[in-house]
Design a protein around this ligand. Sequence first.
Ligand SMILES: Cc1cc2nc3c(=O)[nH]c(=O)nc-3n(C[C@H](O)[C@H](O)[C@H](O)COP(=O)(O)O)c2cc1C
Length: 307
Amino acid sequence: MNLSVQLAPKNKQGLLLANPVMTASGTFGYGTEYSHMFDIQKLGAIVCKGTTLEPREGNPQPRLAEIACGLLNSIGLQNIGVKAVIREKAPVWASWRVPVIVNIAGETIEEYAQLAGELNGVAGISGIEVNISCPNIKAGGAEFGSNPTSAAAVTKAVKSATSLPVLVKLTPNTSDIAKVAIAVAEAGADAISLINTLKGIAVDTAKRRPLLGNITGGLSGPAIKPVALYMVYEAAKVVEVPVIGCGGITTASDAIEFIMAGASAIQVGTASFSNPRAPLDILEGIEEFMEKEGIKDIAELIGVAGR
Ligand SMILES: Cc1cc2nc3c(=O)[nH]c(=O)nc-3n(C[C@H](O)[C@H](O)[C@H](O)COP(=O)(O)O)c2cc1C
């Protein structure tokens, strides 16, 4: 059986994955935290925690709230900063056979470009995932990813700063996902990943106050799966670049739904918190499904539900 997928067919370096199962940024640390739990080298790719130019401490506690069928988080991009990633993490990744993709976030277009430039050519880094759903930015606090024009501007700036494959990660907090997908694809994105979390809140009824320290948080987990699936379906219809599906994927059956809806690869996020082996379980489940159905190549499944 062939499970391999090429996520950057137009990029010189390419981004060939042995299989379509990736981890989602912010839910799998730097990969190193999970390497003693199962053979993470078997996965298609690992996407590390969102990385900024300077280290960040993140938002005030509490930052997590478990809700029915999902999770609200307001971590606020707590991370060690790009220099420490290059110095401490990349040398470890360079010894792995699983490709590692660095997720980046900036407050300005210039910051995104600078991050991409610093990561360019670093051994152990196989690609960049651009998180354009980051709040608190210069242009009136609007999110880059909710607007096709600003989403394209960030994509262009990152592409001109690196020769690495560039995945652009879209936010569901937009009125027209297809327009944003087209804009970033035209701006040169090698692939598009979606979705990031949906904005939400929870209220602590004893305190009569919002539960999260940051008031708002991002909703993830099974609760968002149908929304994510819809957005993947819509995006895959209008762009030629590979689409990577993410949002509530907990089982192999969930993953296969995303692949049939048009995803060339999938990312496992919140599911890893309740089952750290979830990405590997999902990979093994996809293999079982293909064997049972007599499918020789994963390409036979990609987008079949949209044709
Ligand atoms: C605790 C937590 C931290 C996250 N941190 C990031 C991040 O740093 N960068 C990013 O692009 N997405 C981040 N995400 C979003 C996930 O990568 C993913 O897009 C989202 O959770 C939906 O997938 P899921 O339902 O499988 O978790 C985070 C999600 C969670 C739950």
